[in-house]
Design a binder for this molecule. Structure first.
Ligand SMILES: Nc1ncnc2c1ncn2[C@@H]1O[C@H](COP(=O)(O)OP(=O)(O)OP(=O)(O)O)[C@@H](O)[C@H]1O
Ligand SMILES: [Mg+2]
Length: 132
């Protein structure tokens, strides 16, 4: 059974003057535990649009995304926030770091929000910085 199942996703952006851009037109995708998947395509083809929908940062115009059988597109904002905190990690092209925090503070912020013990956070941070 897939961990993430994308069913017939459509996304159309409509600008202020009412003209529409169809970006996703019936995308289907199943991802299984342990998968490593690369999404490739020319600039502007809709990779970030799809990623934002999978990460609950945007909603599809039509279609559903199931994460462990729960539909992300009908979750409340609170449920989506918890899912992002606990289950989904996104590294953006433009990094989206919080300017007022140091790199180290940016890294540990999700762990602080989860209430993880300070010593464990410190150890984890040191491990991560070595990996970088
Ligand atoms: N918020 C938005 N409002 C209107 N149009 C948008 C919006 N975001 C993206 N688009 C348009 O949707 C299309 C897909 O954009 P998207 O950023 O998903 O492409 P991409 O595949 O990630 O491109 P790149 O490889 O350059 O990162 C583009 O035509 C873009 O101009
Ligand atoms: Mg992109």
């Amino acid at each position: 059974m897939p961990v993430l199942s994308v069913k017939n996703i459509h996304k159309t952006y409509i600008d202020q003057i009412g003209s529409s851009t169809v970006v996703l037109n019936g995308v289907n995708l199943d991802l299984f535990s342990g998968d490593f998947t690369a999404l490739m395509g020319s600039s502007g083809c809709g990779k970030t649009t799809l990623l934002k929908i999978l990460g609950t940062l945007d909603k599809p115009t039509l279609g559903n995304v199931f994460f462990s059988s729960k539909d992300l597109t009908t979750m409340t904002k609170e449920e989506q926030s918890l899912l992002r905190l606990n289950k989904i990690g996104i590294v953006f092209q433009n990094s989206n770091l919080l300017d007022s925090l140091t790199i180290e503070e940016n890294i540990v912020l999700p762990m602080i929000l989860k209430g993880i013990n300070k010593k464990i956070i410190k150890n984890k941070l040191n491990e991560m910085l070595v990996d970088l």
